[in-house]
Each structure stands twice: as C-alpha cells, then as structure tokens.
Design a protein. Structure first.
Length: 234
C-alpha cells in the first residue's frame, strides 16, 4: 500500500471476487467519514449524505453517495428510504445499497428495517435485517442465500454522550464477538449542530469480501437509524 492519504492500490489477481471488492481482501478495518454539509448545518434541511471510506492507513477505499429526493429526506427523516451508491477510485459503482421505507418500532415487528446489498449493482450478495427486540437493537447479516452468517448486537443506549457507541459483530450463533461497528465521538460542535458522523468497522481479515461489503451496508443502516435525526426531529 502506498500514498498515505491518497487512494489505496487495488490488489491484483484475486479469484472469485466481485469487481471492485478486491480492496477488501487486504482489509480488516474500515473508517467511514461523513462529509460536512454547510447548507444542512446552517438551515437544518437534510441534504444527500456523502461519505469517504478509508483503510486504517488513511487511504481512500471507496466514496459513497446517497440517492433520493429532497421531499423524502426532509419528510421521512431518519426512516427515509434511500439508495447508496459506492464508487471506487475509477468512479465505477462497485456496491449498491437499497433501504426500503419501513418503521423501527418494537410495536411493529412485521415491518422492521433492512438493507439489501449488491456487488456489482444488480447482483445481490447479502442483506442486513433488523430483528425484533425490545431493549437492544439486533440485526442478522445474511448472505445471498438468506443464511445468517453474522449478527450485530447494539447497546441499550445509543446516545453518544462524549464517548463512542459500540455495536458488537457476533458469530452466526451469537456466541463469539468477531468485530464491531463503533460510532466515534466527533466533538461537541459536530455532534450537536450537524449529523456528520464518524464510524469504525472491524472484522476478521479472512471474512468473505461479500460479507465485508454487507457489513459496510450495516454501518450505513445503523447510521441512518440512530444518528441521522434531523434538527426538526430533535
């Protein structure tokens, strides 16, 4: 890997790997940084979210951009449906995320949150599905066949009060922690006057690249559900 602060070089000669996911073969940690939108900070109107995804050396791996309309973003708030397009250094869309409109209340277990992950776009490689839970958020990470490969267990309290918020990545049977998604404290000004977020994702190096991509989708779903409330909602 070269060019610290630039783009990560793509590994070559990776067999049976969806195009654009080669980067993930060499990664066990991703850092997700949301771009500060000044219009949103000044007016309170929700703008399209944009993110930079980096490795632990600070090299860019992907760039992600939300796709939906102004009315949906500002009327549906943190429950809004969206598509997220994830691009590589060559501006190719290599991962596509789709989040349908749904509720997140424990009172309606038949209509919970989900995220469909495709790589390349049009080829489903897995999904993130919220599981019914009263106290702590819980998700099943499934492969293209609908089999649960991993689980995510969230904390009882998801408020970021001068500290990180950790979601544990567990084995499929829920017995062993294999990684985590952490919402990182970004400072008083950012936390209270913008919805700009910082996340860290860690997972086993030998995890299938498709599941690593699904874990990235899980990070965006968690961000949307718990850390994207607009000033109007607040």
């Amino acid at each position: 890997m070269k060019n610290r602060g630039g783009w990560m070089n793509m590994p070559q000669g990776i067999p049976n790997c969806p195009p654009g996911l080669e980067y993930l073969t060499m990664i066990d940690q991703l850092l997700v940084h949301q771009k500060v939108e000044m219009l949103e900070a000044l007016t309170g109107f929700e703008t399209k979210n944009k993110f930079t995804v980096k490795n632990n050396l600070g090299q860019k791996v992907y760039y992600a951009a939300e796709s939906n309309d102004w009315l949906t973003r500002n009327c549906c708030g943190h429950l809004r449906p969206f598509d997220m397009k994830i691009f590589d250094n060559y501006k190719n869309e290599v991962i596509h995320l789709h989040r349908p409109l749904a509720c997140d209340s424990c009172c309606f277990p038949c209509c919970l949150q989900s995220m469909e992950v495709s790589a390349p776009p049009g080829t489903i490689i897995g999904s993130v599905e919220q599981e019914w839970s009263i106290l702590c958020p819980s998700y099943a990470i499934k492969n293209a066949s609908g089999e649960t490969v991993l689980r995510i267990e969230g904390p009882f309290c998801t408020f970021s009060i001068c500290g990180d918020v950790e979601f544990k990545i567990m084995s499929g049977d829920g017995q062993v922690q294999v990684g985590k998604i952490s919402k990182q404290w970004s400072g008083m000004i950012r936390e209270y006057f913008t919805d700009t977020d910082y996340f860290g994702i860690s997972f086993p190096m030998d995890l299938d690249v498709r599941m690593k991509a699904v874990m990235l989708g899980a990070c965006f779903l968690i961000d949307a559900m718990f850390f994207e409330k607009t000033q109007v909602e607040n």
